[in-house]
Design a protein around this ligand. Structure first.
Ligand code: 3HC
Ligand code: NAI
Length: 702
């Protein structure tokens, strides 16, 4: 076992190195080790000062998030007490920030008396991203070092800042271009000689200038930064305490606030997501030695909504891409759309003109399939038509180099069938991007029956290279995300047939934390698109009850936002829908036609039915081994459908509700809505075993 905290004497200086790979997180063992080591240095007459640093590329990435759900062993001090011990110590302690110092890592450095930082290092307080606030002095010490405004900015933003910025803001005392530890030892010797100790907690000169009104304003801004969570405002409260109360009192209040937030379901959901989105990259049956190909050149067939966006993803990542369409006119239209999307980013100051020019230069328009012959991967994004796709894959098989991967962006077609049109089924996969492809982080990478492990590795790596979250799924109707959405949307429509209203359902979902409700989303994507998907699915699900309202909205000529009327009315120039009287009238008439007596739906019932539909379908997906883990489904729902991060995803939510209850609700809904809601055997199995579906991994992978 390695020593997570090492002590080496360099002359009279105790060099304390935190060595807890991969992130030097402040685990129980590290906190205990630091506490004991620093105390040992203080007690040792031969040790005149201490330098604290991290081994490897990081200083300390923060408290150990993995241990947050575990009880702290009695012999381990609290992190904040250990840091207070450093600040109170009678010999100088110097932080040598060799790499990233985040969260508790930065807090540890602020408890030290001086901070030297390597030029490439960064510091930050990312706690807000995990649903809580800094809990080891960050809200009290940062304002003392950098002032209230800066502290609020850093704590509420959560992003790290550069060494230079840290110096400028007073967080670091010196930037070191060379060996930061060597320089820290020199400084430690100087401080030991002069007996100089500067304690952050005693500094108050930067705490002035803020009255109650200014903090009230800051609270308002913080509340607007994140809907549905409390910790942004709590962070402002704690910084206000720093400015108005004694340091020791401030630390106590911060600690109590941190503990309450850390133990909340919302924070638990956020740290679950932190690990879930890292876990998705791990494919269980993919041995490490299978590396997959690195994509140096790409091709995209079809320059429409998706193809253009996918080509932009390659260009954004610096990969040259040939974008192909059926004719000169079509490709010109596609290139123009790409150009105007970039131009609007430039106009909004999100991209420089120079960067745009470089990206445009990486996209080569073409109408000739043989221009794809150097591509390592070609992604097909033509119309959703099986015969057309098969034809294209046959052509690609002939035109592309033998080891090129051929991928389809289809959202619903059977990619195994597409693969059979080629002589390289082992190199055919799905890469299901979400719209707009250049913005949305999620890609469902679809593993076909014959895809080789090499091919799977290639597309998983590609997702990462394109700065996307790639989740491996299996071939099936709607893959994972859309399959779940389509069932839940049907349940939502059934509820409207029976008594709810679209805007009532949408409000429930938005209040829960979704960015939009299902009906508003349907208006955005196009009612016609929804109707066409439904038509395709009717054959798949013959004999089931089918909702009728979407067809009727379509028949009224209401196609959604694009026709300024869908489920909602869209008054001229507005993208926010208002309830439509015409649609409401149609809904009431339809209920009558269907022989349904309309009844009231409570918000709780709507939410429970919708989320049960998601979780139960997700469980079926796992039953069928179309996703690897329950957590993968939650990642898909967060990045593809805006499931609020602080809710953790439909599977995490199901665990909170209790799987036995979810199973019972599904069974009840099945009695009304038929087999859309057939309860999943996995739900029952896990409920009986007392296990969680968000922690479930399929015995064999997707
Ligand atoms: N606790 C436990 N494990 C951590 C960790 C942490 N704070 N930070 C990173 N890790 C682990 C990751 O889970 C991953 O483990 P794996 O290899 O087993 O999957 C490994 O370290 C490497 O992490 P990444 O894959 O994310 O590597 P990157 O180089 O892409 O990113 C990073 C490194 C920027 C440090 C990123 O991991 C990160 O943002 N970590 C979280 C930082 C954070 O939020 N710190 C605050 C913690 S809360 C806190 O300190 C409370 C305090 O105020 C009391
Ligand atoms: P689109 O209609 O915007 O674009 C299709 C493009 O393919 C057009 O530019 C067309 O000219 C081109 N094309 C047609 N036949 C061709 C041929 N033989 N050779 C070369 N190019 C040809 O369609 P969209 O929306 O981009 O969809 C493309 C694919 O992506 C479909 O399979 C769709 O199901 C899927 N998809 C769509 C999403 C969306 O939100 N639009 C989301 C995820 C997947």
């Amino acid at each position: 076992m390695i020593d997570v905290v090492e002590l080496k004497m360099v002359g009279p200086i105790g060099l304390v190195t935190i060595n807890n790979p991969p992130a030097n997180a402040l685990s129980f063992a590290v906190v205990k080790g630091l506490d004991e080591t620093i105390k040992r240095c203080m007690a040792d007459a031969a040790c005149q000062a201490v330098v604290v640093t991290g081994a490897g590329r990081m200083f300390v990435a923060g408290a150990d998030i993995r241990e947050f759900n575990l009880p702290k062993p009695d012999d381990v001090p609290e992190l904040h007490d250990m840091i207070m011990g450093i600040e109170d110590s009678q010999k100088p302690v110097i932080a040598a920030i060799n790499g990233l110092a985040l969260g508790g890592g930065l807090e540890l450095t602020m408890g030290c008396h001086y901070r030297l930082i390597a030029a490439a290092a960064q510091v930050g307080q990312p706690e807000v991203k995990l649903g809580f606030i800094p809990g080891a002095g960050g809200t009290q010490r940062l304002p003392r070092l950098a002032g209230i405004a800066v502290a609020l900015d850093l704590i509420l933003d959560g992003e790290p800042i550069s060494a230079r910025k840290a110096l400028e803001l007073g967080i670091a005392d010196e930037i070191v271009e060379g060996d930061v530890v060597a320089r820290a030892i020199v400084v430690a010797e100087e401080k030991a000689k002069t007996g100089q100790i500067r304690r952050t907690g005693s500094q108050i000169d930067k705490l002035g200038g803020w009255d109650a009104a200014k903090f009230a304003e800051a609270r308002k801004k913080a509340a607007a930064m994140a809907r549905g969570v409390e910790h942004y405002v709590a962070a402002v409260d704690c910084v206000e305490v720093a400015a108005t109360m004694p340091f020791a009192e401030g630390l106590k209040i911060e600690r109590a606030t941190f503990v309450t937030l850390r133990d909340s379901d919302k924070a638990k959901a956020m740290r679950y997501m932190f690990f879930a989105e890292r876990e998705v990259a791990k494919i269980l049956d993919l041995p490490r030695e299978i590396k997959g190909a690195v994509i140096k050149q790409a091709g995209v067939v079809g320059s429409g909504t998706m193809g253009g966006g996918i080509a932009m993803c390659f260009a954004n990542a610096g990969v040259p891409v040939v974008l192909l369409d059926v004719s000169d006119e079509q490709i010109a239209v596609g290139m123009k759309k790409v150009q105007s999307t970039y131009a609007s980013q430039v106009a909004r100051g999100r991209l420089t003109q120079d960067a745009m020019d470089k990206r445009m230069a990486l996209i080569t328009p073409s109408t000739d399939f043989f221009s794809l012959n150097a591509a390592d991967i070609v992604i097909e994004a033509v119309f959703e038509d099986m015969d057309l796709k098969k034809e294209i894959f046959k052509t690609l098989d002939a035109a592309c180099k033998p080891d090129a991967v051929l991928a389809s962006n289809t959202s619903s077609l059977d990619i195994n069938e597409i693969a059979r049109a080629t002589r390289r089924a082992d190199k055919v996969v799905g890469v299901h991007f979400f719209s707009p492809a250049n913005v949305m982080k999620l890609v469902e990478n679809v593993r076909t029956a014959k895809a080789s492990k090499e091919t799977v590795a290639t597309v998983m790596n590609l997702s990462k290279a394109l700065d996307k979250i790639g989740v491996l799924v299996g071939v099936g109707d709607g893959f994972v995300g859309n399959r779940m959405l389509h069932v839940a949307r049907r349940i939502a429509e059934f509820m409207v047939e029976e008594g709810a209203l679209p805007w009532q359902v949408d409000k429930v979902l938005v209040d829960y934390g979704f960015p939009m409700g299902v009906f508003a989303v349907n208006d955005l994507a196009g009612v016609d698109v929804g109707v066409s998907i439904r038509r395709g699915q009717k054959k798949l699900y013959e004999g089931r009850r089918h909702p009728v309202l979407m067809d009727k909205v379509f028949a009224m000529g209401r196609l959604g936002q694009k026709s300024k009327a869908g489920w909602y009315d869209y008054p001229e120039g507005s993208r926010a829908g208002v309830p439509s009287e015409a649609v409401e009238k149609m809904i009431f008439e339809t209920s009558k036609e269907l022989g349904l007596t309309r009844r009231a739906f409570s918000e709780d019932e709507i939410l429970a039915n919708y989320l049960t539909a998601l979780a139960n379908t997700g469980a079926h997906v796992l039953d069928e081994k179309l996703a690897i883990r329950g957590a993968d489904i939650d990642v898909i729902w967060h990045y593809g459908y805006g499931f609020p991060r602080y809710r953790g995803g439909p599977m995490f939510h199901a665990d909170l509700v209790g799987l036995d209850e979810v199973y019972e609700t599904a069974a009840k809904l099945q009695r009304t809505y038929g087999d859309w809601m057939k309860p999943s055997p996995l739900l029952k199995f896990l409920a009986d075993a007392g296990k969680k579906i968000s922690e479930y991994t399929c015995p064999t992978s997707a």
